[in-house]
Design a protein around this ligand. Sequence first.
Ligand SMILES: [Zn+2]
Length: 168
Amino acid sequence: MLQKTHSIAGIVAVETVIMHYHQPLLSWESGAALLIGCLAGPLADVDKKGSTMAKIFLPISFILQLLRVKHRTFTHSLFFLAGLAALLTPLPLFFFWSFLLAYASHPLIDMFNEQGIALFWPWKKKFRLLPSIFSIKTGSNAEDSFRLVLLVVMVMLPIFYMLPEGIL
Ligand SMILES: [Zn+2]
């Protein structure tokens, strides 16, 4: 998936955390968390040479290339997620879950892609959620439609969240 699709998915993930913790939408905590979501969403693609995340985090990308880590493997795995969770443990729960779920949204939606991901790395087998004919190719019209749906969810969630109770 493209970086913009992952950023929107990361923001949607953070919005669910904001709602869960009843965090006011207009607060610095929510603002910071949404920014984290926007960046943590596409972060797993730091393993892809030439990607925006690889350019921003050049030293990490360089180390991954030195270690010959292939795209959609280590950084897209449950193993990495567990390590990330351990690393984020000192954070307040609101930020812990914002970062972790935004990051996790990446491997989740990459599993809609035809190539799938090595979810259980170091086991190399790639997993995907959809059969080949329904899978979403990167940059395709199907991805555009998928991103549009995510965008609608991204806009609607805060609206529902801010509606006074009892309207729905
Ligand atoms: Zn990816």
